[in-house]
Each structure stands twice: as structure tokens, then as C-alpha cells.
Design a protein around this ligand. Structure first.
Ligand SMILES: Cc1ncc(COP(=O)(O)O)c(C=O)c1O
Length: 360
């Protein structure tokens, strides 16, 4: 007789990331615009800090992440006691569902929300519930409230959302929290917060300060350009942080992530540089797409969602054939769309050039 995994795990399909066959391609001509990574790399100060790190490799890293939490707290004006760090924000999403969801409890997320939410919910034995969005890809708060049942335990809301790139204003999120039952945890995933330019946006600090049932999640994988180091953090009321600390693996952050993360968060000039260039190239690329009659969803992030139509797979294959990698979003129930990460202007120009080859 074989050993059976938990029922939730049996039913799971694993997360599939964006593909770029690096080994087969010429790394110099390859255009990686599929995983919302930072095309400008990371801060020079981080590269410098990394240089001599091998002398620390024989020792266990800090299990409390004290200096890193201190640095995040100082830069964002937050108490380090309300911060928890994870091996990427994915790690925190799993920690939260593990700590709060009991078997058969429900986890709500928007229909085109980040795929890790239903995976984490199911892995914890819970039931993921996808809630329809508005026609323009925004959360439908009435629909979310309508989907709440006595079994609802968590609502995940990515703001801005991946893969739609849309955001919701602070006031709307606040009003939603006020209407949501107080024994339901609201997780605001602000992975793309650094890129947002809308003045009525708040990443979630205000809400997490005011309510003891809100968690804000952040990542170093996007604007900080440290996706490979796996580093994310959460901000919430002390009671939530203490709960998450109970199940956190003691050494979930390696020494490189801790030291480089501390240096990175203190280098806000690099973040400003990333934000500025992203906004410039995003505006330019959206304009170029528009000129060509291609419909993209207005974005506050480092990617654009493009409505291609029924030939989305064909366009995707054509781009891959020329070593330009963007992202299929079929798994997000968007089979006619593709997601384009905002690369450098040269990468985006190459994307447009390769696209035009197909039209001819
Ligand atoms: C909305 C959202 N949340 C979380 C993550 C995960 O980020 P991390 O690299 O910190 O695990 C991503 C990654 O693409 C994302 O798009």
C-alpha cells in the first residue's frame, strides 16, 4: 500500500513559473520579460556586500533576523517587532495559511489573483474560492463580501494585482476591511508597491496599524532586484507576528539574503532609480502598443497585461522562437492574454521588433 499525502495536496497542481530555456539560448540575446524581475539588476552596494560573504558560510545565520528587521523598520518607519521575514513572500503566504486555515475553511481571492494563494490554501487543507472581478480587472468588493460564508478564514488581495497590473485605492480597501467580519484575516500582498505612482494608494501600513486582522506582505524580488535571494517580509499586529513566528522555520533566511537585504533596503536611491525607469519605459511601451492597436490594461506595476485574442499561444511561440520570453497567463484564466514584464527600453524595443516580424 502506498503512503497517501493529505487530500488537499493530492488535488494540487504545482505552480509553474515563466519559462526561458536559458541553457539552449544565447544568454546575451535572450530577452527575459516573463517573471517581473528587475531588468536593472540590484544595487551596487548589495553587490559589494556580497563579495566577501563566503567566510560566513560555515556558520548558522541569525534565526531572529534582528538587524534586517531593524533596517526595514528604520527605512519604513515601522516597529521591527511587527515585522516577520520569509524566504520570499511565497514563504509567508504559506506560513499564514498554515497558521490560520483549518481543514475545510475557505480562503477567498480574486479570480485573476496570484496563483500561490489557492495553492497555499489547499496545501493547508483549506478550500480556495475564486471570486469574480469587475470587467476592468479590479476586485469586486461586493462580490467578495457576498462570497463570505461562516467558513471563510482569509481574504488574499494583491494590490496591485499580478497578472492584471491593476490597483485599488486605499479608501476602498479600508471600507472593505470595515465591512469584512473581524475574525477573517485580510492579507494585502503589496509585492509591486514600490512601482505604484497613484497618489491614493497605500501599501497597507495604515490598515495594518489600525486593524489587528490585517497583514501586509512585501518582497525584495521586484524593485530591489533580489529575486534569486528569496526575501520577503510581512507587517502586522504583534499577535499575528507572534503566531507566525511559532511555525517559521528558524533558519528560513540564509546569511546572504539577510545581509544583502539589509544593505538593499537602506539603498532607497536604487529603488527610486528602478521605479523611475520602470515608469518611463512602461509609459513608452504602453504607447507603442497602443499605436499598433494592441490593447493593454493600465498598469501600476512592472508589467503589462495584453489582450492578444485567440492566437495568444501562436504569438507567444513566435516570440519564444526569437528568444523573447514573456508570460502565458492561461493558468490565471486568461487564455487570450499575455503578460509582458517591463524590461529595459532596448529589451522592449526587441520585443516590438520581433512582434512586427510576425505581422509581416
Ligand atoms: C502578487 C505577488 N505576490 C507574491 C509574489 C512572490 O514573490 P517572492 O519572490 O517574494 O516570493 C509574487 C511574485 O511574482 C507576486 O506577483
Amino acid at each position: 500500500m502506498s503512503v497517501e499525502p493529505n487530500p488537499g495536496i493530492v488535488a494540487l497542481s504545482p505552480y509553474v513559473g515563466g519559462d526561458a530555456t536559458l541553457a539552449g539560448d544565447d544568454a546575451l540575446t535572450l530577452v527575459r520579460m516573463m517573471s517581473n524581475e528587475n531588468p536593472y539588476g540590484c544595487s551596487d552596494l548589495v553587490k559589494h556586500a556580497f563579495r566577501d560573504m563566503s567566510s560566513h558560510f560555515a556558520l548558522y545565520p541569525s534565526s531572529s533576523h534582528g538587524p534586517l528587521r531593524q533596517a526595514i523598520g528604520e527605512v519604513h518607519g515601522l516597529s521591527p517587532h511587527r515585522i516577520v521575514c520569509g524566504n520570499g513572500s511565497d514563504n509567508l503566504i504559506h506560513m499564514i495559511t498554515q497558521a490560520y486555515v483549518q481543514p475545510s475553511q475557505e480562503v477567498l481571492y480574486t479570480r485573476h489573483g496570484f496563483l500561490v494563494y489557492p495553492i497555499a490554501a489547499q496545501a493547508a487543507g483549506g478550500v480556495p474560492v475564486a471570486v469574480p472581478e469587475t470587467r476592468d480587472f479590479h476586485p469586486d468588493f461586493d462580490a467578495l463580501l457576498g462570497a463570505v460564508t461562516p467558513k471563510t478564514k482569509i481574504v488574499f488581495l494583491a494590490n496591485p494585482n499580478n497578472p492584471t497590473g491593476t490597483y485599488v485605492a486605499d479608501g476602498a480597501v479600508w471600507a472593505f476591511r470595515e465591512k469584512l467580519r473581524s475574525d477573517i484575516l485580510l492579507v494585502l500582498d503589496s509585492a509591486y508597491a514600490e512601482y505604484v505612482e497613484a497618489p491614493d494608494y497605500d501599501a497597507g501600513v495604515r490598515l495594518a496599524d489600525a486593524f489587528d486582522n490585517v497583514v501586509m506582505l512585501r518582497t525584495f524580488s521586484k524593485a530591489y532586484g533580489l529575486a534569486a535571494l528569496r526575501l520577503g517580509w510581512g507587517y502586522a499586529a504583534p499577535s499575528i507576528i507572534q503566531t507566525l513566528e511559532k511555525t517559521r522555520e528558524p533558519f528560513n533566511l540564509n546569511i546572504v539574503a539577510q545581509v544583502c537585504g539589509e544593505v538593499a533596503v537602506r539603498d532607497q536611491d536604487f529603488v527610486a532609480f528602478s521605479r523611475k525607469n520602470n515608469a518611463r519605459v512602461r509609459t513608452w511601451l504602453a504607447g507603442e502598443m497602443d499605436k499598433r492597436g494592441y490593447a493593454v490594461v493600465p498598469s501600476q506595476t512592472n508589467f503589462l497585461l495584453w489582450h492578444v485574442g485567440p492566437h495568444a499561444q501562436e504569438v507567444y511561440d513566435h516570440l519564444c522562437h526569437h528568444s523573447v520570453y514573456i508570460r502565458r497567463v492561461k493558468a490565471y484564466h486568461l487564455p487570450h492574454h499575455l503578460r509582458i514584464t517591463i524590461g529595459t527600453q532596448a529589451q522592449c524595443q526587441r520585443f516590438l521588433d520581433v512582434l512586427s516580424l510576425k505581422k509581416e
